[in-house]
Design a protein around this ligand. Sequence first.
Ligand code: SF4
Length: 369
Amino acid sequence: MKKIGIYIHAPFCRSKCPYCDFYSERADSRDHDEYTLSVVSAMERYSSELRREADTLYLGGGTPSLLGGKNVALIITAAKRLFNVDGEITVECNPSCIEDGFFDMIAEAGANRASIGLQSAVDSERRQLGRLSDARRVAEVIEASRSAGIDNISLDVMLGIPKQTPESLAETLEFCAQASIPHVSAYMLSLEEGTYFYKNADRLDLPDEDMTARLYEQCGDFLCGKGYVNYEISNFALPGFESRHNLKYWSCDEYLGIGPAAHSFIDGKRFYYPRDRRYFMDGGEPVSDGEGGSRGEYVMLRLRLAEGLVFADYEKRYGEKFPSGAVDAASSLAADGLMKVTDRAISLTRRGFLLSNPVIARIEENFIM
Ligand code: SF4
């Protein structure tokens, strides 16, 4: 049986960033310890229920590093014992919430990848985003991760943030290149309902749509010029450093999500835990989110990847010929430089990534949902 990915949600943050709607709360170290034990209990239950092995583990949040090295190590050790995790083990780290010795503890337990929240290397932009540390601190954290032997590092960068200009983005990208970071996730700011940014959008001095598109292109040009591959719409990696865990999401592979707000896709079913830490800690059951893995979902997710829709993979998965209408539609989009068609696959070009929603919708129309 194919191995699954495991996602653990750490629902804690020291403070709330004004653009973020991920589920997280403030709590103290006793809550962190108690929550860690709930995660281990849930993993024990799933391990005997599913009897599956995993080849990726991802601790995201919220702020997993806020749990502390001891708790993160406990979770990693339990996941290895219960699911025989033998591959990529990523821990998201917020530079303002890393205790001394953190990386040594998690590396010793088996963590081999760190995803660090940079967002911007320009301190005035960092302050606007509610980041509590400066860029120098991010550099120290990168160094600490490497000293512990974790050199597979990803930095998060944000595009389209208040007052961002091509010059300020250049500073951020230069920071990533100078630090020889093998993976960069570059997401455009999206105004999520309920956040401070959403409520105050007219006062934020946000770059307009054209400028945001220009920043996205600048990011791709810079990173691809340095040897990174734009392997997913918003993700860039030096060859061999793609996120194996996130590739499972974009390939419609199976994953188990543990913790409030964590989603799962197992045996064709999608389910999730409500955004309620107490509910999860009291042993509440996840809620069904219906069937998953439809053709439409697969097409939409795979076209986010530079590899695109591989005919043979589609035919193996759904037991039917790849629709010729989709190849025709891709060929007509290729004439506008938005897609590529080969005898193996159809895929979006970097220009197509920028217009991904309408381009993917044109291809999706050709599949029976
Ligand atoms: S961006 Fe990260 S650190 Fe900030 S509130 Fe959201 S999860 Fe927490």
